[in-house]
Write a protein that binds this ligand. Sequence first.
Ligand SMILES: [Zn+2]
Ligand SMILES: [Zn+2]
Length: 85
Amino acid sequence: MYNTLGELVSLGEVLEVSTDRRAKRYDPNAHRPHHHLVCAQCGAIRDVHPAGDPLADLPAGERFGFVVSAVEVTYRGVCPNCAAA
Ligand SMILES: [Zn+2]
Ligand SMILES: [Zn+2]
């Protein structure tokens, strides 16, 4: 790999995903809208792709006049490895 992650982020090739104030994760799947499952114990992240358009889930009355262009949902829980430990 020739590029650093930071260079890839600046190129828009990966999406920086903040899971908390300290950790930064890098997402190689930036070109397709999707959500994330995050393990609260080890920090494992899985991409998930819910059916339908997640932008459409926000009622007009909850948009406060924003023109919404993106959405990111984080499902938090415990991964199978941690659950088995
Ligand atoms: Zn885990
Ligand atoms: Zn992702």
